[in-house]
Design a protein around this ligand. Structure first.
Ligand code: HEM
Length: 502
C-alpha cells in the first residue's frame, strides 16, 4: 500500500494542478495543524494565484487532496444528484469520519440510505410546526438569557460569549427539535447567581465561575460530547484500516454508545408520549413518501437525533458569536442594527419571528457574517470515478475540499472581499455568482436546518442587542481572533465581551 501511495505521489496527474510540493510522509499535515483555521490553504491559494480553479496539496502518506475555488466547479459538484442505488454518489462524503463525529444520520449517509432518510425527514422540516415552536420557545429563552446577563451589565464583568450562546442554543434545539429540556439555561442562571454573589462580596470574578456553571449533566449531551473526542484506540484502528471494529472493541466507545443510546431512547419515548410538538414527534410519525409504511427504525432515529444535535447546536451559536464580534469591531454596524431592531419591535410586545423577519439590516448583517465567518468553513467530497474538472484530470478517490471561507472572499466575485460591509447585501441581495456564497452548502444536500438556524439567530440577536451595547473586553482590544475549526468554526482565543445596558 505504501509503495502504491508513493508511486501515486510521484506520478499522479494531480501534480499538473498548481500547488506546492510537500514531502510524501507529512504532506501539509504540520502546516494545517499549526496554522489555525484554513490559514495554510489561504496562503497557498494566494501564492499560486487566486485565478486558479483548483489547488493541489497532499496530506499524510501522499493522501491526494484538491481545493476547489472556482464556483462553476463547486456548482458541478454540489448539483450532481445523489445516487439512488448503492452507497456512494458521484461526489460522495468521507462517511466514516462523519459517522464517527455526527452519527450515521443525514450529514454522514450517502446513496440509497441517504435518499430514504432525506425523503422521510424533509417534510417534517417544511411544516409550520418548527416555525410555531421557534415562536413559542426562542423569544422566551432569549428573554430569560437577557435577564441573566443583566447582572453583568455596567460592571466590567467579562463574558465568554461562546459558552453562553452555546447554552442558549442548546435549549433552543432541545425544545424545538426534541421537545426536551437540556437545561442549558440553568447554567447561565448558575453563572448569573455566582457572579452576583461575587460582585456583592467584592470578590474578583474569575474564569472558574464560567467553568463551574457550564458543566452539563444531561446524559445525552455528556455522552455525545465525550464520544466526539476520538481516543487513541480509535486512531490506531483507523491507521490500521480496522475502523469498523471500533464500536465492538474500544471500551470507551462501547460505554459512550450505551449511555447515548439509553438517553436517546428516553428522549424518543418522551416525544412519543408527550402531547408537545417537536421535530422528533413529527419524525416518529413520518413515513417515506414513496412508501408510507417505511419509517425510520429506532436505531436510525437515534442517529438522526445525534446528527441534529451536533449539526444544529454549535453552528448556530457560532453564527451568533461572530455576529456579536462583528458588532464589537464595527460599532456603526451595531448602532444601525439596533435602529433596525427598534424600527420593527417596540419591546412592549413579545418578540416574534414575524417581527424579526421584517428586519432588513439584520438579514444583511447575518449574510455578511455568513460570508466572512462561515460557521462551516469547508466541506469535503470524494469523487467515485475519474473526473475532468477545470480542464484537469482528477483520479477516482481524490478528496475535494470546497472551502467556503476562501470562496466567500474570492476577489473575482466580491468587491473588497476582506471588508465587513453588510450594505453590500442591501445594494445587491444576490451574490454575483450563486456558488460564490454557499454557507449552508447547496443543491439536494443543502443544510436541512438552514431556515431554523437563521430564525434562531435573528431572535437571539434582536433580544440581546436591544438590551445591551456589546464591546470587546479591554484585554482583547488588540487581539485578532483567529479561526479554529471543530464541528463549526470557533474563535481562538474565545471572545470576551463587556455589556452595557441600553
Ligand atoms: C448557522 C448554522 C448552520 C450552518 C452554517 C450549517 C451549515 C451546513 C452545511 C455547510 C451543510 C452541508 C454539509 C456537507 O454537505 O458536508 C449542512 C448540512 C446539514 N445541516 Fe446544517 N448548518 C447550520 C445549522 C443547522 C441546524 C440548526 C440544523 C438542525 C437540524 C442542521 C442540520 C443539518 C443536517 C441534518 C445536514 C445534512 C443535510 C443533508 O446532507 O441532507 N444544520 N449544514
Amino acid at each position: 500500500e505504501l509503495l502504491r501511495r508513493y508511486l501515486n505521489y510521484l506520478f499522479t496527474p494531480l501534480n499538473r494542478i498548481p500547488g506546492e510540493k510537500t514531502s510524501f510522509l507529512w504532506g501539509s499535515f504540520w502546516e494545517l495543524r499549526n496554522e489555525r483555521g484554513l490559514a495554510a490553504h489561504f496562503r497557498r491559494w494566494k501564492k499560486v494565484g487566486v485565478d486558479t480553479p483548483l489547488v493541489h496539496y497532499t496530506y499524510l502518506f501522499g493522501t491526494q487532496s484538491v481545493l476547489v475555488t472556482d464556483p462553476d466547479i463547486i456548482k458541478t459538484i454540489l448539483l450532481a444528484p445523489s445516487e439512488k442505488v448503492g452507497k456512494k454518489s458521484r461526489f460522495h462524503k468521507e462517511s466514516y469520519f462523519l459517522e464517527q463525529a455526527l452519527g450515521a444520520g443525514l450529514v454522514a449517509l450517502d446513496g440509497v440510505d441517504y435518499m430514504r432518510h432525506r425523503r422521510i425527514c424533509q417534510p417534517s422540516f417544511n411544516t409550520g410546526v418548527i416555525r410555531d415552536q421557534v415562536n413559542e420557545v426562542i423569544p422566551h429563552l432569549t428573554k430569560k438569557f437577557v435577564e441573566y446577563w443583566e447582572i453583568a451589565a455596567d460592571t466590567g464583568v467579562e463574558i465568554d460569549i461562546m459558552i453562553h450562546l452555546s447554552a442558549l442554543s442548546l435549549d433552543s434545539v432541545g425544545f424545538v427539535l426534541f421537545g426536551h429540556d437540556f437545561r442549558g439555561m440553568d447554567s447561565v442562571k448558575g453563572w448569573a447567581e455566582k457572579t452576583k454573589d461575587a460582585l456583592m462580596s467584592g470578590q474578583k470574578i474569575s474564569d472558574e465561575i464560567g467553568k463551574e456553571a457550564f458543566r452539563f449533566d444531561d446524559p445525552f449531551i455528556a455522552g455525545v460530547m465525550e464520544a466526539h473526542h476520538t481516543n487513541l484506540i480509535t486512531i490506531a484502528l483507523i491507521v490500521l484500516g480496522l475502523a469498523s471494529l471500533d464500536p465492538y472493541i474500544n471500551p470507551k466507545r462501547i460505554r459512550t454508545d450505551r449511555v447515548v443510546n439509553e438517553a436517546t431512547d428516553n428522549m424518543i419515548e418522551n416525544a412519543r408520549t408527550s402531547d408537545k410538538y417537536s421535530l422528533l414527534k413529527l419524525l416518529l410519525q413520518a413515513g417515506d413518501p414513496e412508501d408510507e409504511k417505511v419509517k425510520l427504525t429506532q436505531e436510525e432515529l437515534r442517529h438522526e437525533c445525534k446528527t441534529f444535535l451536533l449539526a444544529g447546536h454549535e453552528t448556530t451559536a457560532t453564527l451568533v458569536q461572530w455576529t456579536l464580534l462583528a458588532c464589537c469591531k464595527h460599532p456603526d454596524v451595531q448602532e444601525k442594527l439596533v435602529e433596525d431592531i427598534r424600527k420593527h419591535w417596540d419591546s412592549t410586545s413579545d418578540l416574534t419571528l414575524d417581527i424579526a423577519e421584517k428586519m432588513e439590516y439584520m438579514q444583511a448583517v447575518i449574510n455578511e457574517v455568513l460570508r466572512m465567518y462561515p460557521p462551516v468553513a469547508m466541506i469535503i467530497r470524494v469523487n467515485k470515478e475519474k473526473e475532468i474538472l477545470g480542464g484537469y484530470e482528477i483520479p477516482a478517490g481524490t478528496r475535494l475540499g470546497l472551502p467556503m471561507l476562501l470562496v466567500h472572499r474570492h476577489p473575482k466575485f466580491w468587491d473588497k472581499p476582506d471588508e465587513f460591509r453588510p450594505e453590500r447585501w442591501l445594494e445587491n441581495p444576490e451574490p454575483s455568482h450563486r456558488f460564490a456564497f454557499f454557507p449552508f452548502s447547496a443543491g439536494s444536500r443543502t443544510c436541512i436546518g438552514n431556515r431554523f438556524a437563521v430564525w434562531e439567530a435573528k431572535i437571539m440577536l434582536a433580544g440581546i442587542l436591544n438590551a445591551f451595547k456589546v464591546q470587546l473586553a479591554p484585554s482583547q482590544r488588540e487581539i485578532v481572533h483567529e479561526f479554529a475549526i471543530d464541528i463549526s468554526m470557533k474563535a481562538e482565543p474565545s471572545i470576551l465581551v463587556l455589556i452595557k445596558k441600553r
